[in-house]
Design a protein around this ligand. Structure first.
Ligand code: BGC
Length: 750
């Protein structure tokens, strides 16, 4: 439909019709079996279902077509309903969780995965996905770190922009694509003490310099929606934060799409003590520019009165409605209200071999090998025991793969049986213990078993028996699916006690020990790194779990993943992130550390830092060589935030070069990481910031030269003059295999 026709349609709509375009109902309103969970009591919503503009949580091509038809037949202007769903890391074919995708350091993995998800979801009737989550995460206690690509804003930007490309393709009208929604704007990841939905206090400097960075790239990539966050930011809930939504998101970042509240977030402004009542909350959210009210009655009950009382300008309402209509129009819904929904197509493409292969590849690339002593991996044993609750666990996805049918997930046992069928390798299996401790709180339920002790004694006895019959043990341990995700903050980030007890008993057997950790967050791994011969983080790998992990264990695929979040020694170090400030009293590497910034009982640094991960080979890297030790900066005028890219291309660049050699005996892929440190700034600068990375695949003995181009743009930050700009002075350049590298060179910006 042309823009003029949309305008005409808008003018022809009644006030009530317009308001209802801004109301989103939960799927239960239309269909009892909707795949979602909810907070709000939406009984009354039933009455609104003839006019509400969008619905969340529904899928199923035929069902959606039927709902759409009935809806449009009853709608006074036959405007189509918009169907939204959380498709976060898989619809049917489930890819590794976003934190694991971050660990691939490979945006192509994220893009291809998102394209598969879009195709499956679209055929299943979905038109908008609430993904990607671009929140910067620094605190492993926060359960939602599983949904982020990690602790680095640059990496987050690359990965989430790639996801937007995958979801949206070149045109969201295309039936294999859906519209993407960047969330949660803004700074949701900074929840105090890692407790979900909690307050965020961040200076404007840190907000702009760090937290907002990750959202820029997916928004610039053209994501069609943005979602507000649940948190307050410096005392103001996001859904009522006019400065954040209008000045920053729309004016500075140039976002023109639909802004939707998070579930119930407009209503929650009353709980926060920011709005007196729902009516005040509705007015604040409209003023802030929140177009769609997700699942509360704030807009449906109050906007009409607010307009009639002259407290809300109808123009403001019209702008919001227009944005929703434009999204529907861009999806092509006025011509084809069913978009990609098709049972036949869904059956044909879902869980296809091609999609599963991509998911398997994503798993292999996301696994992070933290320890490998004496080359225990790849496997070379003929007598293996797989022990632990993840041997047969099918729920290897995350809680945000809400449509995942775990019958499709490949367990460790399934993959090993397939791999070693008919070979001379003997594999024994034992679950060893329950997945979680008795009475463990799993959000929707408490795990409880009256026979917990007896069951675990039996499971342990089996595990010890199979331990005796093998020479190599692969421990399959980890958090439960329900221990990461929304509302799953943990103050103790160790493995469940029942698993720790199992591990301690099994390790006494003195066999070669390989430990796999299924997790949605960094964990305190206690003595596992010292007492295991090999240790690998396998995250929440999804459908192809067993296959992807087995490919790496057997050496068919050489591991290459790098941590997307730092792993601590102890929970007390959280929040923990590599790109921190130096302090005025940095702890020296050696010598007297009293009166320096330190812990008495724990190192300052991560146990395994951001960017860390081993391969099956060894690599050497030469010292960093720079093409010049000076970079001349031209004065190119404006450094306005939204125009940052186009500011100036006159500036010089410096080439940073290293030679990297595979000194081991097998081919492997290493990820070279470029970090920069601004040695002095008008506001203090992080000790390192990731500015680039490159994957290099080398045969044994082979070497290669790898170079990075350092541009003036990489040196910019939010300065004391409240601008994104670079400041003259000294910079250090680091190139290495992880964020702890000290392989450095220096140059000056003049
Ligand atoms: C979550 C969002 C999600 C929404 C809709 C909320 O509880 O915070 O990330 O998109 O629900 O399911």
């Amino acid at each position: 439909m042309e823009k003029e026709k949309l305008q005409a349609l808008l003018h022809d709509m009644s006030l009530e019709e317009k308001i209802m375009q801004l109301v989103q109902l939960p799927g239960q309103t239309f269909e009892e079996s909707a795949a979602l969970t909810g907070l709000a009591d939406m009984d009354k919503a039933g009455k609104m279902k003839t006019l509400a503009g969008s619905v969340l949580g529904l899928h199923g091509a035929d069902k959606i077509k039927e709902i759409q038809k009935t809806y449009m037949d009853n709608h006074p202007h036959n405007i189509p309903l918009l169907f939204m769903l959380d498709v976060i890391h898989g619809h049917d074919t489930v890819f590794p969780c976003p934190l694991a995708q971050g660990a691939t350091f490979d945006p192509e993995v994220a893009e291809k995965g998102a394209a598969v998800q879009a195709k499956e979801a679209s055929a299943d009737g979905v038109q908008v996905t609430f993904s990607p989550m671009a929140d910067l995460v620094r605190d492993a206690r926060w359960g939602r770190v599983v949904e982020s690509t990690g602790e680095d804003p640059y990496l987050n930007g690359l990965m989430t922009a790639a996801m937007v490309r995958g979801y949206q393709g070149s045109d969201i009208k295309d039936k294999d694509h859906v519209a993407a929604c960047v969330k949660h704007f803004a700074a949701y990841g900074a929840a105090e003490a890692g407790r979900d939905y909690n307050t965020c206090e961040i200076s404007e400097h840190t907000l702009r310099d760090q937290y907002l960075q990750g959202y820029r790239a997916p928004i610039a990539q053209g994501a069609r929606l943005v979602m507000t966050s649940f948190n307050t930011l410096n005392g103001v809930p996001s859904s009522g934060n006019k400065w954040l939504m209008r000045d920053i998101l729309r004016d500075e970042m140039g976002f023109e799409g639909v802004l939707i509240s998070d579930w119930g977030a407009i209503m929650e402004m009353v709980n926060w003590g920011f709005a007196e009542d729902l009516k005040a909350a509705a007015a604040m959210a409209m003023e802030a520019g929140v177009d769609i009210d997700m699942c509360t009655e704030a807009y449906s009950d109050n906007l009409e009165a607010l307009v009639k009382e002259g407290k809300l300008k109808e123009d403001l309402l019209d702008e919001a409605v227009m944005r929703v209509l434009e999204l529907k129009n861009d999806l092509g819904l006025f011509e084809d209200p069913y978009h990609g929904a098709s049972e036949e197509r869904y059956k044909e493409i879902t869980l296809s071999k091609e999609s599963r292969d991509l998911a398997r590849d994503a798993v292999r690339k996301s696994l992070v090998l933290l320890e490998n002593k004496n080359g225990v991996l790849p496997l070379n044993s003929k007598k293996i025991a797989l022990i632990g609750p993840y041997v047969d666990e099918k729920k290897t996805h995350s809680a945000w793969a809400i449509t995942c049918n775990d019958d499709n997930n490949i367990t460790m046992r399934m993959a090993f049986e397939e791999e070693f069928a008919g070979s001379d390798v003997q594999v024994k299996y034992a679950n060893g213990c329950t997945l979680v401790d008795n009475d463990c709180d799993l959000g929707f339920m408490k795990f409880h078993s009256d026979t917990f002790e007896e069951d675990n004694e039996k499971l342990l006895a089996e595990a010890l028996e199979v331990s005796d019959e093998c020479d190599t043990i692969i421990m399959c341990l980890g958090e439960s699916l329900m221990q990461s995700g929304e509302s799953t903050s943990r103050a103790d980030i160790r493995l469940p006690k029942v698993q720790r007890d199992l591990y301690n008993k099994v390790k006494e057997k003195g066999k070669k020990l390989i430990t796999l950790i299924f997790t949605g967050r960094p964990l305190d791994l206690e003595d596992i790194p010292q007492t295991s011969d090999a240790l690998m983080i396998v995250w929440r790998p999804g459908t192809e779990s067993g296959h992807g992990i087995t490919d790496v264990l057997t050496g068919k695929f050489s591991p290459q993943g790098k941590l997307s979040m730092s792993f601590p020694w102890l929970v007390g170090q959280e929040p923990l992130y590599y790109n921190r400030f130096n302090t005025g009293r940095p702890k020296p590497a050696e010598g007297n550390t009293i009166f320096t910034s330190r812990y008495l009982d724990c190192p300052n640094e991560a146990r395994y830092p951001f960017g860390y991960g081993l391969t099956y080979s060894d690599f050497e890297i030469s010292k960093v060589k720079l093409s010049s030790d000076k970079m001349h900066k031209h004065d190119c005028g404006t450094t306005l935030d939204k125009n940052r890219k186009s500011d100036c291309n006159l500036n010089e660049t410096i080439k940073a070069l290293v030679t990297v050699k595979n000194t081991g005996s097998v081919a492997a892929t290493q990820t070279l990481q470029l970090y920069i440190r601004d040695m002095a700034g008008s506001t203090v600068r992080p000790i390192k910031e990731l500015k680039g990375f490159k994957k290099v695949s080398l045969q044994a003995g082979e070497s290669a030269e790898v170079s990075f181009e350092i541009t003036e743009e990489m040196l910019r930050f939010w300065t004391a003059s409240n601008k994104f700009e670079s400041e003259p002075g000294k910079f250090k350049v680091f190139i290495g295999f992880d964020s702890a590298t000290d392989n450095e060179a220096e140059f000056e910006l003049i």
